[in-house]
Design a protein around this ligand. Structure first.
Ligand code: G4P
Length: 527
């Protein structure tokens, strides 16, 4: 490994923001880009109600609806760190892509609306982080609003997410009385200003037990702060980097993204304690970022990124070695070599040709359907990186053709669109239906419109009673018995993996319990 590679690895931070819709992810993203110099002024990234350039709303439908279905990558520099922010759609209609993006990051920034506490979508996303023990930093946002008491918020976070919090900053007041935050380690107060578009907030070192502290932040505030700090110190564990790296504890910050308050502190701390690119598991061995030879995996495929480029983009997370322009990469699944002349990096809608990329970076390779999710690329080694699974969908629809003569086009369209990974295609063992499984309702509308526009197929998506999917892991003998006895419950996914689709989990377990060696899983490796 060269000294450059080593330096570039240690300064990279590849992360995603997770939140429930409306918690402030877009607003925070904008402020992060502002600090990173990727945009010049706050407000340049419009909200979802207007232009929303912060989102990668490439598809016409997304633009029309003003929501984002796709996941984009935004890279920026901050304090000599190279930040790669992977955007996870936060709208209610998020997709499997959102989940899978979390398998490509090394850490996560979790944003919570302090007036609401932990909400459903955050819980779901955190479940995925837990699978890989991803480190999580938490920002309690909207402290300028009358919200839940901070001690109750800590309690809520710990109960709902089963994760201990370590407050790094602590709020002084909230809502209209919000004065700023106290940094527990630095023992300083950062003062809050409403609608602050500048990057810096005034900070004063302070001994909260001194008389002057009362003068600086008010006698009522100091009394409350002293009491709360005492409780927080007694009730919360100390910061432990190992536990943080294992996803067992989360450092907690309070702020207001809209007012640009507390964002810089989070970003600085993220650079300081956030992990650099981490090793990745493969079927045969662990892949270290410092290795000389290149390796990377595909975690996302996106079609129609640009009307002028009717292609598919495969998003590759670099795991080891160095990528150089015009390099020959070996696609392990197909055993083919390709010369990559036009790999791309992303900044919102801008596409730049990549000259060099290091572990932690995301590069896009345009292709015409030859690259699939889960593909590993190497410099020749027969290596299959794991941990980029399919996730069990929660909504299912049956595709019904309006014109029966278009059956072939329907099959082709569904197969290709589902290969991109936002939804999955299932076929029953009994019958010839096409069943689409997704995590969000919107995916069905996206597929329907794409079938019509790209494949000239008009299809409807009918609701079916099934809404639980579990993959079945068992030996061949059991599989045979199972398929004879429970054929109507069984389906194959697009890779031929057997699964049960049912209207309730009880039914899935009931079937599995009949056999000793059946294991049901919620995720299935993309191998
Ligand atoms: P999301 O991406 O997580 O869905 O949330 P987004 O940033 O779009 O924020 C949702 C709403 O919350 C927005 O208001 C945004 O201005 C507001 N918001 C974000 N951070 C803060 C904060 O720190 N304090 C307060 N008071 N509000 C905050 P909106 O009215 O829905 O949209 P907009 O028209 O203001 O963009």
């Amino acid at each position: 490994m060269s000294a450059t590679q080593n330096r570039e690895i240690s300064r990279r931070r590849t992360f995603a923001i997770i939140s429930h819709p409306d918690a402030g992810k877009t607003t925070l993203t904008e402020k992060l880009l502002l600090y990173g110099g990727a945009i010049a002024t706050a407000g340049a990234v419009k909200s979802k109600k207007t232009d929303r350039a912060a989102r990668s709303d490439f598809m016409e439908m997304e633009q029309k609806r003003g929501i984002s279905v796709s996941t984009a990558v935004m890279s920026f520099e901050f304090n000599n760190f190279a930040m790669n922010l992977l955007d996870t759609p936060g709208h209610n209609d998020f997709s499997e892509d959102t989940y899978r993006t979390l398998t490509a990051v090394d850490a996560v920034l979790m944003v919570i609306d302090s007036s609401k506490g932990v909400e459903k979508q955050t819980q779901k996303l955190l479940e995925v982080c837990r699978l890989k023990k991803t480190p999580v930093i938490t920002m309690m946002n909207k402290m300028d609003l009358e919200g839940i008491d901070p001690l109750d918020l800590v309690d809520n976070l710990e109960k709902e997410l089963g994760m201990e919090c370590v407050p790094i900053t602590w709020p002084i007041g909230k809502g209209r009385e919000f004065k700023g935050v106290y940094h527990l380690e630095k023992k300083s107060v950062q003062f809050y200003l409403t609608h602050n578009q500048q990057k810096k907030n005034d900070t004063i070192d302070i001994d909260i037990n001194s008389d002057s502290a009362a003068e600086i932040i008010g006698s009522h505030n100091i009394q409350k702060l002293r009491e709360e700090i005492e409780m927080v110190s007694a009730l919360t564990p100390p910061m432990d980097l190992q536990k943080f790296n294992n996803g067992q504890i989360t450092p907690l910050f309070f702020g207001s993204a809209l007012n640009n308050f507390g964002v810089q502190t989070v970003l600085e701390e993220f650079c300081r304690i956030g992990p650099p690119p981490q090793p990745r598991e493969s079927i045969t061995r662990v892949v270290e970022p410092e290795e000389e030879k290149f390796s990377g995996f595909v975690f996302k495929i996106q079609a129609n990124m640009d009307k002028n480029h009717r292609d598919r983009m495969a998003f590759i997370r670099v795991c080891s070695g160095v990528f150089n322009r015009n390099m020959t990469l070996h696609q392990v699944r197909t055993n083919k070599d390709i010369i990559v002349r036009n790999a791309i990096t992303f900044m919102a809608r801008n596409r730049n040709i990549v000259e060099t990329a290091y572990p932690g970076d995301i590069i896009g390779i345009p292709n015409h359907g030859t690259i699939q999710i889960g593909d590993t690329f190497t410099e020749g080694e027969d290596l299959q990186i794991t941990g980029i699974p399919n996730f069990a969908p929660e909504l299912f629809r049956r595709a019904r053709l309006r014109d029966p003569l278009k059956a072939k086009a329907l099959a082709k369209g569904l197969t290709e669109v589902c290969e991109e990974g936002a939804a999955q295609l299932f076929r029953p063992l009994q019958g010839s239906d096409y069943i689409i499984g997704a995590l969000g309702e919107l995916q069905f509308q996206v597929i329907q419109s794409r079938l019509e526009n790209e494949y000239r197929v008009k299809a409807d998506f009918e609701t079916i009673t099934r809404n639980v999917c579990r993959w079945v892991i068992c030996n061949e003998t059991t599989k045979k018995q199972l398929t004879t006895r429970y054929e109507s419950d069984l389906f194959n996914d697009s890779k031929g993996n057997l699964c049960i689709l049912s209207d309730n989990l009880f039914r899935c377990n009931q079937i599995a319990d009949k056999y000793d060696d059946i294991k049901l899983t919620k995720t299935m490796e993309n191998i």
